[in-house]
Design a protein around this ligand. Structure first.
Ligand code: FE2
Length: 465
């Protein structure tokens, strides 16, 4: 029996169904355009495959036959047992669809996920190609590519991938490392925070083997957030003094930069200068040029003052700086150029910016003054690095850090930016050796990270912008 009510229900049902179909179509089109198919690249060449890799439960599953045949193995499928056997030289491997247990030359091996069968193709977890077959593999999320390197490629030395915010003069250093070891270095640059976020988001599939950063505060954050592995390397602990590395050995300072006082010699006599704290004296009103509070260099300096004096006294000092109405410029080079141009008398910058300007112009009219020589010493920071927790080329990453801590690496790495080597047995570049010897604040670098938030809050309270 048809009633008007029945009819309107039917119309409503039809409308809902149409809407549902439309939403489904729009959703799948959106997904298809957002996610490009995953590529597989073997020894630098993209593989064409009938089946595409898939991500299942967060794991990348790759078509087994296409990949292993390309690597020169013989592959046989047993439809009744739903098993695959792979033979190559000594190796005889057997996998069964749906089972995590496999055998390799008679030994049992366990896969992190059972092989799948999708449209006639067997897919295995990507990691199995490295743990089971000894290939070097990694997932490049930016290009959605599975990168596989064969044993032959590995014998050629393989690669190491860096995410680095330090970009000054790194290339000649990495070229020298490749010459010494055969290991190629690939690096991606970006800001410290962005690179940390990328490592976090990529998780187990990160291509990054090393996180390299400027400022100990950034290294500390990477360590705290579990992005780095604690290394047990006698070479690194011997070469890098304990104050310049993480107490847990997750990161190591590689070069030292000293943030100290700079002055124009026509307007300031060195006898008038003494400490960071003294720059709060009213005699410096209208004469200071400083870096803004948002920069980690300022935050680490203030963190070191909190460690030395406690928060209350450190805040008084910062309030004194603010009362002197410093010109704030977010570039140490421009700060020094401002002094040189006569638009300020005294500044705080990292030493190497003066080194660079003096290299270009030996008559550059700014002098360096080592702060706090009668007490704790000048404020030291580092650029440094650690091996990521999921490094696909972990051994190569450790080799690179060890090499960077040794005589050749230290010399090249420090000199490329006029920094002081972290390794005390390596001599400094002549320009900065010319700055003379000085006392350094022996505070452990990790304190800058630990006190960073307190420093940011203190700067804000004191009205330092
Ligand atoms: Fe810098």
């Amino acid at each position: 029996m048809k009633t008007p009510l029945n009819n309107s229900f039917r119309r409503l049902g039809l409308l809902l169904l149409t809407t549902l179909i439309l939403v489904t179509i729009i959703h799948s089109v959106a997904q298809a355009t957002a996610l490009r198919p995953i590529r597989v690249v073997i020894d630098g060449t993209a593989l064409t495959m009938e089946a595409t890799p898939q991500i299942r439960n967060g794991r990348i599953m790759v078509p087994f036959r296409a990949v292993t045949e390309r690597l020169g193995a013989q592959v046989n499928w047993n439809g009744r047992e739903r098993s695959v056997t792979v033979t190559k030289g000594e190796m005889a491997l057997r996998l069964v669809v749906g089972q995590t247990a496999a055998t390799n030359s008679g030994r049992t091996v366990t896969l992190e996920a059972a092989p799948l069968q999708v449209a006639g193709h067997v897919l295995v977890p990507l990691r199995f190609l490295s743990t089971g077959l000894g290939y070097l593999v990694h997932w490049d999320s930016a290009t959605r590519s599975v990168i596989i390197r064969s044993a032959a490629e590995q014998r050629a030395g393989g690669v190491v991938n860096l995410y680095t915010s330090r970009h000054y003069g790194v290339e000649p250093v990495f070229t020298a490392f490749t010459r010494a070891t055969g290991i190629r270095v690939r690096f991606t640059t970006g800001s410290d925070a962005v690179l940390r976020e990328r490592i976090r988001a990529e998780g187990r599939h990160t291509p990054a083997d090393i996180y390299m950063a400027v400022d100990a505060g950034n290294l500390w954050l990477a360590g705290r957030d579990g992005l780095l592995e604690a290394l047990n390397s006698a070479t690194l602990t011997r070469n890098i003094p304990s104050t310049l590395r993480d107490p847990g050995n997750r990161w190591f300072g590689l070069t030292q930069r000293v943030r100290t006082i700079m002055y124009h010699p026509d307007r300031v006599r060195p006898g008038e200068l003494s400490t960071y704290e003294d720059l709060a004296d009213p005699k410096w009103r209208g004469r200071l040029v400083m870096r803004p509070a948002t920069h980690s260099y300022t935050q680490s300096l203030v963190a070191s003052m909190i460690a030395a004096h406690g928060e209350a006294r450190a805040e008084e000092i910062v309030r004194g700086w603010v009362a002197n109405q410093p010109t704030l410029i977010d570039s140490d080079t421009r700060i020094l150029e401002t002094l040189a141009a006569g638009r300020g008398d005294v500044a705080i910058t990292n030493h190497y910016y003066l080194g660079r300007l003096l290299q270009a112009n030996p008559a550059f009219p700014v002098r360096i003054f080592w702060a706090n020589q009668d007490n704790r010493g000048a404020h030291v920071n580092v650029s440094g690095a650690g091996v990521t927790a999921h490094a696909p080329n972990r051994e190569n990453a450790i080799k690179l850090l060890e090499w960077l801590s040794g005589p050749e690496g230290q010399k090249l790495f420090a000199d490329s930016n006029h920094e002081y080597p972290a390794n005390p047995n390596v001599a400094s570049h002549p320009i900065i050796a010319g700055f003379g010897s000085f006392r350094r604040d022996p505070l452990n670098m990790a304190e800058y990270g630990r006190l960073q938030e307190a420093a940011v809050r203190l700067l804000d309270r004191a009205g330092y912008r």
